[in-house]
Ligand binder design. Structure first.
Ligand code: SF4
Length: 393
């Protein structure tokens, strides 16, 4: 059984995408190939962390048992927060150069493109600090908590205080495209809200993805209880899966960026001696599939032609040279819930048709203990579908 240390947003997402890839990453601790966009994101985050640190103001926090709230007296003296960027443009660019690593870029040109983009982002960001100095209470804060028995953690890019004394949880994104919809559906922000609520005493008033390329915060209200419970259920399922050693490969789009394909059974190559025989089987399978599609289309066309002729002539049995084709009728009923439900409720019959399935409704319609007038109303709420098909005799 794998013991869970702590689940982060990215490990939860990795397990949901493919449990086997999660195992390669978090149990076997296999390294992934470096990628330029990750290294770019890390560099920009590190510079922002240093740039923003002097703005940080103290905040009340919960102690680990959740009972005690720290007061201002417990914060170090001088931690009142600045209102001006601590660095000139030249100092900012020097810090950027210091943090830059060329790791993972596919070419010198790509690295140069990213480097210029980062410079533009950071200079623009510094300007916004001059215009609107933020009031963060934490920068790159590592928070941990137990959530419904599951240990979770996360690094929160920035937590701001609002004028009303609440908190805004903010995550920086260096991605090209981002929308408010991304912010309002981000599981990462939901998890961060939970972490912040469990570690700080002030209420979370908003969640925000900060789009660095346009220097735009995409802000949404905090998640409601049902969204939080929904994620809690998923986190519980991930935790149960890990504890029960459920590490099945789950192939999908993520495979194209998975570094462990050479270890994954889904991508295990067929041994050379078996290859010709299996190739032949695949080719035959492909051919039969194509034939199957052609036959089923022709079958449907012929049945339709027979049906039209039978309708015109008013016949149901047509003799061929060897067998006869007989036209059969199948009837089905459906009762739209928005129509039938109010009738059932009005006559106190909901308990006798709890799911409202056609079978339950048909049973009620046959039940002599239900008044004939009520049965007529229920029957009128249904719609009938007739399907004709042919059988050979
Ligand atoms: S290749 Fe696909 S299925 Fe295999 S471990 Fe990677 S993500 Fe999972």
């Amino acid at each position: 059984m794998v013991a869970i240390a702590q689940l982060s947003y990215s490990s939860i997402r990795a397990y949901e995408e493919c449990p086997l890839r999660w195992k390669f990453l978090y149990v076997d601790r296999l390294p992934e190939a470096p990628r330029g966009y990750f290294s770019f994101g890390r560099t920009v985050h590190s510079v922002l962390e240093e740039l923003l640190q002097p703005f940080v103001v103290p905040a009340g926090r919960r102690s680990p048992d959740g009972a005690h709230q720290r007061t201002l007296d417990e914060f170090p003296a001088g931690s009142s927060g600045t209102s001006r960027p601590p660095w000139s443009e030249a100092e900012l660019l020097a810090a950027y150069d210091r943090h830059w690593t060329g790791e993972g870029y596919t070419s010198k040109e790509e690295e140069a493109r990213y480097r210029a983009l980062g410079r533009e982002i950071l200079l623009g960001y510094r300007e916004t600090l001059e215009r609107e100095p933020p009031r963060p209470i934490a920068i790159e804060e590592h928070l941990t908590a137990r959530w419904d028995g599951v240990p979770i953690h996360g690094f929160i890019d920035r937590i701001d205080r609002t004028d009303r004394g609440g908190l805004v949880v903010l995550d920086y994104k260096t991605t090209r495209d981002l929308s408010v919809r991304d912010a309002s559906t981000s599981d990462q922000l939901t998890l961060y809200q939970v972490l912040v609520e469990k570690n700080f005493s002030d209420p979370v008033e908003a969640l925000s993805l900060f789009h660095l390329r346009s220097l735009t915060p995409l802000t949404t209200p905090p998640r409601d209880r049902s969204a939080i419970e929904e994620l809690s259920v998923r986190v519980g399922q991930v935790s149960d899966g890990i504890r029960s050693d459920a590490f099945e490969p789950t192939p999908g789009r993520q495979c194209s960026r998975c570094d462990f394909r050479d270890r994954c059974p889904e991508f295990r190559p067929v041994p050379a001696p078996d290859r010709p025989r299996l190739q032949g089987l695949v080719d035959r399978f492909e051919g039969l599939r194509a034939e199957e599609e052609r036959i089923s289309e022709e079958l449907a066309r012929t049945a339709q032609e027979l049906h039209q002729a039978a309708e015109t002539l008013g016949v149901h049995r047509v003799e061929g040279h060897r067998v006869a084709a007989v036209r059969k009728r199948e009837e089905s009923w459906s009762y739209p819930p928005e129509v039938v439900r109010p009738i059932l409720e009005a006559f106190d019959l909901s308990r006798r048709a709890p799911t409202g399935s056609p079978e339950e409704i048909r049973r009620l319609l046959r039940d002599p203990t239900v008044e004939a007038e009520i049965r007529r109303k229920i029957a009128e709420s249904g719609s009938r579908r007739i399907r004709w098909y042919w059988e050979l005799e």
